[in-house]
Design a protein around this ligand. Sequence first.
Ligand code: C2E
Ligand code: CA
Ligand code: CA
Ligand code: CA
Length: 279
Amino acid sequence: AKAKGPGALRFFSPEMSSRARDRLGLEADLRGALERREFSLHYQPQVDLRSGELIGLEALIRWTHPVRGNVAPAAFIPLAEECGLIVDLGDWVLKTACHQIRRWSDAGLAPRHTAVNISAVQLSSGRLLDSVKRALDAAGIAPEQLELEITESFVMLERELSFQSLADLRALGVRLSIDDFGTGYSSLAYLQQLKVHKLKIDMSFVRDMMNNSGNAAIVRAVIALGQSLGLEVIAEGVEEAGQARYLRDLGCDVMQGYLFSRPLVGEDTGALLADFTTR
Ligand code: C2E
Ligand code: CA
Ligand code: CA
Ligand code: CA
């Protein structure tokens, strides 16, 4: 018989089928995870590059699987999107984050804004505006306290759909931030029409901007774009003091990253917020 090519080998490899089984198992587990209360939110601080003030937070979902332990969002968010579960999961994230904002507000600790990641599937569902309204009402917080992060790639690929949804959300009073900015080929004109509040420079450009002139050029261009449109610019994935100084000198407004803090559980976030308000 003819030797099998590498493609055929790969197709029938036990490794591959075990990965496929793994995926199915994970998806089945994911379906029950909300009811079993296996999800939680962590919060990562956003810091003003000039004043050093803690001005915002980003909520990041965590899944503690009973057997596997922590499963990274990168491993289960795409699955949740494919099977449609992301809509319910996204509702849970909104509701939970808004309640947390309420508790911090009552304690006089809430930062200016807390950001929540919104999946493209949620935005396309037609239910997002209603979910956001319900989450705000149930918690009794001001819309301006909530920020929604939407990826640049979705906003640029689905222009008609995103334009109307974003206009409705903006009218409601929530803040809008374009996530992973720099990767999705935004046009200046369209960006101006969208009237978002914030641009978030993707971590991949921040990572080696100090020794990659191409990345540095993109970082500089995004900051200049934000400044000319009057938008706040935040850099994510800031890990070194040198990067923070470099960004501040270029006129970047806010940073987020391990340099200041990793994402923290709610309790530790509260303690950090308290620390900052008594300073
Ligand atoms: P993202 O929105 O771009 O979030 C930033 C990711 O970078 C987070 O990973 C965060 O923990 C990580 N990070 C923060 N600072 C640093 C740093 O200094 N260095 C490095 N190397 N990484 C840093 P995480 O929490 O694993 O989330 C991954 C992605 O999963 C997020 O990317 C977002 O796209 C998605 N995600 C997380 N939570 C949610 C959610 O509630 N809903 C939706 N739809 N997606 C979510
Ligand atoms: Ca984000
Ligand atoms: Ca991001
Ligand atoms: Ca990202």
